[in-house]
Design a protein around this ligand. Structure first.
Ligand code: ZN
Length: 319
């Protein structure tokens, strides 16, 4: 049963928005593009894992995608996939990497070789070990019975070649995503005593869902970009040109002549991703590039935004 489906991560939407709204030659652009590409590759890997897991028996496996929990010491840890069963819990770390990867024992290194170039990455076996410990302490803090917690590192690109030093102890925890079924069958044969009933598993799932806190970073702060560097104006839904002009109650694109009634909605969504949910009358007027207070008020009214504060310091909440 899918308890928490996979959704597009908020940070990816924020990075995409940021790239749309900074200058083509902004010095931070290459770094942001690189970070976005990494996150998109990770998300693509998670999507292909989601596909493999969709074939599992719904009554046996309770699946949570991209669960991010806050530990008692306020440290957040994210698991790409957490699967709850009546006999054990399983953490899956997903890797979408092209080329050849090698797990090396002596220095516990994880090396990727692509086109003859070697590159070191954070060892995913270490990563799952830490997640395992954090999940244990989280479970204890929630007064949940302590099940065995297993962990796997799954490579979702079938072309990735996995190599391992024969002395790497946990190499049996590393596999290609399409082999997940036989791995779960092995686990089933190894464990037999049920720890949780179906009802208990549902309760634990709900508890974990409630404790999920999505990563919500201040993207301008992260890249040291000042608010005035953000390009203001309504973006054309057809050709992405900024700004569209307001003409007789509609938005008009001077480049492709596209006409839109509600072009401001996606633009305010951009505002929310970059600056947060709070917005004043003046900020909204400036961001949409309006020159009239009454048009601004009309748009605010049409959106039915909730607000707080008195008339002159009123703050509206973007949905
Ligand atoms: Zn256009």
């Amino acid at each position: 049963m899918i308890i928490k489906p996979l959704e597009k991560p908020l940070t990816i939407s924020k990075l995409e928005t940021l790239l749309r709204r900074i200058d083509k030659n902004h010095p931070k652009r290459p770094q942001i593009e690189q970070d976005l590409a990494k996150r998109l590759a990770g998300y693509k890997g998670e999507q292909s894992m989601e596909y493999h897991l969709s074939f599992l028996d719904e009554r046996k496996y309770y699946i949570l995608h991209a669960l991010r929990l806050q530990s008692s010491s306020n440290y957040c840890f994210q698991m790409d996939v957490l699967i709850l069963t009546s006999t054990y819990f399983l953490i899956i770390e997903i890797k979408n990497i092209i080329g050849q990867v090698t797990f090396e024992n002596h220095f516990a290194q994880f090396i990727r070789t692509l086109n003859g170039i070697e590159e070191g990455f954070y060892n995913p076996l270490d990563q799952v070990k830490k997640q395992n410990l954090r999940l244990y302490s989280f479970i204890e803090s929630q007064k949940i019975k302590r099940p065995p917690i297993k962990s796997l590192v799954c490579f979702t690109n079938p072309q990735t070649i996995i190599r391992s030093d024969s002395r790497v102890k946990d190499s049996q925890s590393v596999l290609h995503a399409h082999n997940i079924f036989s791995k779960l069958e092995d686990f089933e044969h190894q464990t037999d005593t049920s720890i949780f009933t179906e009802n208990e598993l549902l309760k634990i799932s709900r508890k974990l869902l409630k404790k999920h806190c999505e990563e919500d970073i201040n993207i301008l702060h992260r890249y040291g970009i000042r608010p005035e560097e953000i390009i203001k104006g309504v973006a054309c839904p057809s050709c992405s040109y900024i700004p569209m002009n307001r003409k007789s109650g509609s938005w008009l694109c001077k480049v492709c002549n596209f006409k839109s009634k509600d072009g401001h909605i996606s633009t305010l969504e951009d505002y929310r991703l970059l600056f947060g949910t709070n917005i004043t009358h003046l900020e909204l007027k400036e961001f949409l590039g309006l020159d009239s207070d009454s048009t601004t008020s009309k748009i605010i009214y049409s959106l039915g935004l909730k607000h707080c504060g008195s008339k002159y310091r009123r703050i509206y909440k973007l949905k």
